[in-house]
Write a protein that binds this ligand. Structure first.
Ligand code: ZN
Length: 301
């Protein structure tokens, strides 16, 4: 009887641990036209402050490193549940073929992926990467070559403009209103359905294969395309899930925006586990007022 009770306790303990275990995140950085040190510091601090994640960082060789250096950069993605990208090679893929294949298998087999801001400028020539992010900008992407824009018409999102329009741009940095297209999606459920994002670049006219993609939130590009642009996208790639976040320019206050931090942390949890348990900070922005707090000081409960 004693033995049975002990087994019961062990079972209970194991099941608690497996349900509540921290999510293992890998942030990749090292090359970016933005201040990637600043972005990694802020995004890592946001994740750690929630108490829900453990975070490792893998910094790649520099942009001008010899191919032999890139051959040696092989993060072990399989040790993680989700990869956050703060990496932008400017369009021409720098990763070795081995590392590209390892990353494709990681996501295809159920891994999570969260590309932040300029990560969607990366790898214009890597077909599978573009499937994972659905749409991207700059880096040699072009109308007639790189796929579609996503445009909202009569309440639904459609592919369009395969042969016309830009392939990534942004207007001047400003505060802008983020609206939730799917307010009941776990990432945004319980949040105000419209909130003012702190000053940031509003990416517009991103282009790509746009397959298996759902838009969860969007913003109107008043100073750019004058169209509604996706701000949170979910892409299924094999068994894996990407949550693509075009917000998060390194300079200014976009990474300190409580709205961004909340969306980023909840998106990372969703990409990893398919559900969201992270609380909503009381300082979450409202429609009329943005809210900025350093990640180290943000109170999550
Ligand atoms: Zn930027």
């Amino acid at each position: 009887m004693k033995k049975l009770f002990l087994l019961f306790l062990v079972g209970l303990f194991t099941s608690c641990v497996s349900q509540d275990s921290k999510i293992k995140v890998l942030i990749i950085d090292g090359v970016n036209n933005h201040n990637w040190q600043k972005t990694t510091k802020a995004t890592k601090a946001t994740l750690l402050k929630t108490g829900r994640f453990t975070v490792d960082v893998s910094t790649s060789p520099g942009k001008k490193a010899a191919p032999a250096e890139w051959e040696k950069w092989n993060p072990d993605f399989s040790k993680y549940e989700v990869v956050v990208s703060n990496f932008n090679d400017g369009g021409k893929t720098l990763w070795s073929t081995k590392t590209q294949k390892a990353f494709e298998s990681f996501v295809k087999n159920g891994g999570g992926f969260v590309p932040v801001h300029a990560a969607d400028n990366s790898c214009a020539d890597w077909v599978e990467y573009n499937k994972m992010i659905a749409i991207g900008g700059w880096g040699g992407r072009k109308a007639g070559k790189s796929g579609f824009l996503l445009r909202k018409k009569d309440g639904s999102w459609n592919k369009c403009c395969e042969n016309s329009g830009k392939s990534g741009d942004h207007g001047p940095q400003r505060e802008f209103l983020v609206k939730h297209d799917q307010p009941n999606h776990p990432i945004v459920k319980g949040l105000p359905t419209e909130w003012l994002h702190a000053k940031d670049e509003l990416y517009h006219s991103l282009r790509g294969p746009a397959e298996n993609v759902e838009v969860i939130a969007s913003a109107f590009s008043l100073k750019g395309s004058k169209e509604t642009e996706p701000m949170i996208m979910i892409i299924k790639y094999g068994e894996g899930t990407t949550v693509h976040l075009p917000m998060g320019h390194a300079n200014g206050t976009s990474l300190q925006c409580v709205g961004f931090q909340t969306i980023f942390a909840r998106s990372t949890e969703f990409a990893a586990r398919g559900k969201v348990t992270i609380a909503i900070p009381a300082s979450f922005p409202r429609k009329e007022k943005a809210s900025v707090v350093d990640p180290e000081k943000l109170l999550w409960k």
